[in-house]
Design a protein around this ligand. Sequence first.
Ligand code: URA
Length: 239
Amino acid sequence: MEQQRLDKILASTGKWSRKEARDLIRAGRVLANGVPVRDPSARLDPEGVELCADGVPVAVRRVTWVMLNKPAGYLSATEDRRAPTVLDLLPPELRNLFPVGRLDKDTVGLLLLTNDGALAHALLSPRRHVEKVYEARVTGRLTGEDVTAFREGVTLGDGLRCLPAGLEILSAGDAESLCRVTVREGKFHQVRRMLARRGKTVLTLERVKMGNLPLDPSLKRGSFRFLTEEEVENLRIFL
Ligand code: URA
């Protein structure tokens, strides 16, 4: 693996901020392969190095996985001059991560970011059919006919045929309805376009689950947290 700065390696564990890591290192409290290293910019191989802080071994994250509760108004891109990107919501030491797929600028909710290319690729692969669950508030009344149409596979405006999808009506009114949509693919604007084919305009859209990973309900909009080792392990079934 590419060598990285020691302060960055420590910060990527999520235990310390970059500044805390620098202070810890400068105080001589960090050993790399048994030897104190006092230079936060010292470059080491995170795969190979044994780190100890205050005598306690540091579990270096080989890969980093972050769950972000994406707010509206952010692009799921690593760089864009037109609007802030989801990376702007992460601290500088995590800006090497990339989003696992895209949510529209105005879609909110679960977005994973990682540096684990292989697993990210598997989660997005059209062949893996990883489920993505969304909650949508739409104009108009959703009916059983809409549910049937989703189950049979909606054909989009451009003739593209979607795989059978789940539509669960959570509440239905003449003006607005609320539903849960489950898709197993990731076509561009898919949920909005499927609902548009049923004559519904999406007012709000939130992703609440990806594969076996639900959005953490305690995670505030705009906040992120590291995935637990168990959550990453559970995602690995898609590899
Ligand atoms: N489907 C959409 O239409 N938009 C998203 O952001 C995600 C799924």
